[in-house]
Design a protein around this ligand. Structure first.
Ligand code: DGY
Length: 409
């Protein structure tokens, strides 16, 4: 639909703050890590140069240890909490203290392949920075085997039931007074609850108190869970980074070692009782016992698993629109509350890449159609109720516009 293509491009342009794109005006006024690389993928459909700039600006916030933070605070905005002072990372530019799903290498590969000649020099400049970030993931966050997160925000799937068992061990009772800003922008019933928020802040305060020492956070932080989402995203990204390195004539053996190690750790996130890949508390060994859309990224990571195929069909058939963020047949399913049930077009676009790469063309077409229907009916919302299609969260959302241009439209 041509007019929706134009609307989607307009959203990217309007959310452009000069070299980077905000996820949506108001609710998220800074550069978010994984949102930003989806924006780049979207820009690449009509402005390849601007696509590269988006990723370059993101990597301008990279820390010396290789971590690319989850938020880069390019300019201050009182409409967001927790802002740069709360994080207190003392970086230039100012940033948060945790990371986010490493989709960048996968999207950079796509942008590069859309116009290799124009992108070659920029790829060569970005490549060592991406390698440094992947090394950080391998050395720091994958030390227990699978990719782990130290804060639910690091997963990008903030209040997913995946994190409930880990969050139960976090004491949020002493965080002191603070004022949330998110619920001033969108309906509070579509956002994480107060108990979750207190704990988010408690985990943040631990990081700040130890000077964002990630060895200390991994060893003694209040929250540490294996994330199937990042495990699969990173595995795919390692392989895309290997392809990019080979394109540049680089020695990729170190990255191959990381990919092999991560693939070998995938069985450690298989929960036999659930019959699915699952999040797990690293400190206690407790499984989340939750089927989230992150588990369905197994195909995106190049892994075949018939049990997961069956689980995916079951949860998909239980709703009307796309693959929900959390199991619609579980007691905690909440179809409009952020990551506790809603359908996120952006995650569905990644699941679709896996369906396509593995030759499941009919499923891929179905997922695209269901996603497109939601956007055609209601616009470029952040997420949707998968049962009745109600649009939820922020509107004129960058990554929803981007995946319309690259995939759904
Ligand atoms: C928020 O503020 O809700 C974000 O998801 C944190 O990254």
């Amino acid at each position: 639909m041509t007019h929706l293509n134009e609307t989607a491009r307009d959203i990217l342009r309007k959310n452009d703050r000069g070299g980077y794109t905000v996820p949506t005006d108001g609710l998220y006024p800074y550069q978010w890590n994984w949102d930003s690389v989806f924006a780049a993928w979207g820009f690449a459909t009509f402005d390849n140069d601007r696509a590269w700039t988006e990723v370059e600006t993101l990597f301008s916030g990279q820390w010396d240890d290789g971590m690319v933070p989850h938020i880069i605070f390019h300019q201050s905005d009182p409409g967001y909490f927790p802002g740069p002072d709360v994080w207190g990372t003392n970086k230039t530019p100012q940033t948060s203290g945790i990371s986010q799903p490493p989709v960048a290498a996968t999207m950079v590969r796509k942008i590069y392949e859309m116009d290799p000649e124009a992108g070659r020099a920029r790829l060569a400049a970005l490549y060592p920075r991406m390698v440094a970030w992947h090394r950080w993931w391998h050395d720091v966050r994958c030390a227990p085997g699978p990719a782990c997160i130290t804060h639910p925000w690091e997963s990008g799937r903030d209040n997913c039931p995946d994190w409930d068992v880990g969050m139960a061990n976090v004491d949020g009772s002493n965080v002191g007074p603070y004022q949330r800003r998110d619920t001033g922008h969108v309906d509070a019933s579509m956002r994480p609850g107060k108990e979750d928020y207190d704990r988010y802040i408690a985990i943040l305060q631990f990081g700040k108190a130890c000077g964002w020492n990630h060895a200390e956070i991994m060893a003694n932080g209040p929250f540490l869970m294996a994330d199937p989402g990042i495990t699969f995203i990173l595995l795919r990204a390692h392989r895309d980074l290997i392809a990019l390195g080979q394109e540049l004539g680089e020695d990729v053996s170190e990255i191959t070692g990381w990919a092999d190690a991560l693939e070998a750790a995938v069985p450690s996130i298989w929960n036999p009782d659930l019959g699915a890949y699952d999040a797990r508390d690293i400190r206690t060994g407790t499984w989340a016992n939750n089927l989230s859309s992150a588990a369905y990224l197994f195909l995106y990571a190049g892994i075949e698993n018939p049990d997961m195929d069956a689980q995916m069909q079951r949860t998909w058939d239980a709703v009307t629109y796309g693959i929900p963020s959390s199991d619609p047949e579980a007691a905690h399913f909440d179809p409009r509350r952020y990551w506790r049930g809603p359908m996120w077009p952006v995650v569905n676009s990644l699941i679709a890449l896996g369906l396509k790469d593995s030759g499941r063309d009919a499923d891929e077409a179905r997922l695209r159609r269901e996603t497109a229907t939601l956007i055609e009916k209601s616009g470029f919302y952040e997420y949707f109720d998968p049962v009745d299609g109600t649009p939820c969260g922020g509107s004129n959302f960058t990554w929803t516009a981007a995946i319309w241009l690259t995939w759904a439209g």
